[in-house]
Write a protein that binds this ligand. Sequence first.
Ligand code: EPZ
Length: 441
Amino acid sequence: MSSVLTIRGGVPLTGRVTVRGAKNLVPKAMVAALLGNEPSVLRNVPEIKDVEVVTSLLQLHGVTVEKDPISGDLTLDPTNAKTASHTAIDAHAGDSRIPILLCGPLIHAIGEAFIPDLGGCKIGDRPIDYHLNVLRQFGAVVEKRPGGIHISAPGGLKGAKISLPYPSVGATEQVLLSATRAEGITELSGAATEPEVVDLIAVLQKMGAIISVQTDRTIRIEGVPDLGGYNHRALSDRNESASWASAALVTRGDIFVEGATQRDMMTFLNTYRKVGGGMDIGDDGIRFYHKGGKLNPLVLETDVHPGFMTDWQQPLIVALTQSEGVSIVHETVYENRFGFTEALIRMGANIQVHRECLGSVPCRFGQRNFLHSAVISGPAQLTGTDIDVPDLRGGFSHLIAALAANGTSRVTGIDIINRGYERFTEKLAGLGADFDITSTE
Ligand code: EPZ
């Protein structure tokens, strides 16, 4: 059953939304529970598809997952973990990339793991070579099997000295989830240090892990034989918060985002201020609003933390279509994250994508034929059109463009947005958006 959103644009979004646990932490913390020898409790859990996918994958492997009907808190009990059939894993993995992070915990828990060929957003080919190389360095045997990859470690996982070619979030998490119970010491250099990675370290430390993050992007893990459970409140989703902030600019609205955390959004807030957005930063959230005047163009380059997150650029580009002047966005994390601009151009935005690195430093994608720099000139009047959502963040960007456009837009494929935005249609309605949802067969 899929749904179609018919949006009548031109209505400023005003009001209050609540953002809960981060999509890019909560599923990883759930997987970490497998490493413990007793139940864990995870709080501030959003109702998103990625959590459902990991819940069913864990249940498949004998982990009981109970959800509190009121708070949504999860209690995860790994004490009866068991092997699952490959076909069942494949059927439950969906298009999530999380299954690859089950490897280390499953090897520690039951001696083996099967990872189906992975999905994820269409923003690049999303390879897992870093993950497999890391597992091999821990002593795992990685075998390609029909439909996926089988991983085992007859002698158990051993600590290793690992250096990542790129500060990959997923590969860093792979190391953390494998090393905490591996024999001996692991030293990871070139690690990612995103707030979600640090929150996963906090979860593991609560379980009994010994992990230190050093000043030069090196993470040192001293393996321990056993881990207990954790009781943890997930950090809030800074990507969703940034998306609502951009929505306030695009629709000339005023949105209080309860749960938005200044500490995790500092770079975004600087950029938002430079574009001309208004903000009031409080203890329980941040108010984002359009100040009524012009929006400013800017030159932006995405990077790993503490740089400007790649997940923030798509919704912000919609705001830049309304800035007076020419903006440049150089996407250095993913090679193909501007596909969503095609629909914006059809709506009247003035965007040109280029193969060159239009930023301060050449990146991995320069001269490799990837359209990873965008030039946006505005302000452009957007007009409603038919839109099919390409990926999670691009899809949200299309929604806010349609909400700001003149006329009506018909948006399909919105189920992808449920992967990372909790109850987003309810939130849009609560902010005064004018739309209908119709289900198609
Ligand atoms: C995580 O993806 C997030 N997803 C992404 O958020 C986020 O954009 C990304 O980190 C960067 O911050 C989750 O946490 C579920 P990476 P991940 O490994 O771990 C290349 C969203 O919208 N790479 O840091 O997959 C990769 O192709 C999503 O919420 C390899 O080459 O990101 C990319 O170019 C989108 N080989 C770069 O590294 C590998 O084995 C960064 O990827 C792994 C990654």
